[in-house]
Design a protein around this ligand. Structure first.
Ligand code: C5P
Length: 222
């Protein structure tokens, strides 16, 4: 197989999904949002009150979870056992629990396996934390995105406040800081820049500038 895999990793709220969606549209690649997959698992665990210290409960839950992604008109929807959970997985109760759930080795193994199948034979743009290091260490293009934490919190706040008017900037900033900490310090495939990844700091770049930067890196492989 010589399908193209573009891996985009980085901290929370760095604009990974914005650039990933734009690239997918422009190149006609399939976009896979792996964060949404971990969020959907988290939602299932919360709803079913899965005891994460109980290995059997975790395994049983994972066996009962089916996740799928569908793109319509550039909009990505995520389904948890055929229920569209795209809206609910963005809420704070999911955001504040996802990093703990995503640190469970059995959860990661299940997700990574599914992600590897998704990128086996088609051209994909996949974003997450461990794509260039664990899921697709042989990806042709790896981008590692970062941005000033304050700018990231502002961006995420603007997104969230529309649907959760009582949310505060402090809350959003704290959640991002905590997720960064959990993601970089966990034992199982922590967030780390792959040796061959290209760093993209987008604190002061427009979406168009980022897109152009990424396209120039991908073009040699098309
Ligand atoms: O990308 P997003 O912020 O939606 O991801 C939500 C959470 O899922 C992250 O904070 C991280 O804990 C986890 N995640 C992960 N590995 C990935 C993608 C996301 O651990 N590949």
């Amino acid at each position: 197989n010589n399908n193209i895999v573009v891996a985009i990793d980085g901290f929370s709220s760095c604009g990974k999904s914005t650039i990933a969606k734009a690239l997918a549209k422009k190149l006609n690649f399939v976009y896979v949002d792996t964060g949404a997959m971990y969020r959907a698992v988290t939602l299932y665990f919360l709803r079913n009150e899965v005891d994460v210290t109980n290995q059997t409960q975790v395994e049983t839950a994972l066996n009962n979870i089916h996740i799928s992604l569908k793109t319509t008109d550039g909009q990505v929807s995520i389904f948890l056992n055929d229920e569209d959970v795209s809206e609910e997985i963005r809420q704070m109760h999911v955001a504040s629990n996802v990093s703990k759930i995503a640190a469970i080795p059995a959860v990661r193994h299940a997700m990574v396996k599914q992600q590897q199948l998704m990128g086996k034979s088609i051209n994909i743009i996949m974003d997450g934390r461990d794509i260039g290091t664990t899921v697709f260490p042989d990806a042709q293009v790896k981008l590692f995105m970062t941005a000033d934490p304050k700018i990231r919190a502002e961006r995420r706040y603007k997104e969230l406040v529309v649907k959760q008017p009582d949310i505060t900037m402090e809350e959003v900033f704290e959640n991002l800081a905590l997720r960064d900490h959990d993601d970089t310090t966990r034992k199982e495939s922590p967030l780390v820049q792959a040796a061959d990844a290209i760093v993209l700091d987008n604190s002061y770049l427009t979406p168009d500038e980022q897109l152009e930067f990424a396209l120039n890196k991908i073009k040699p492989f098309i």
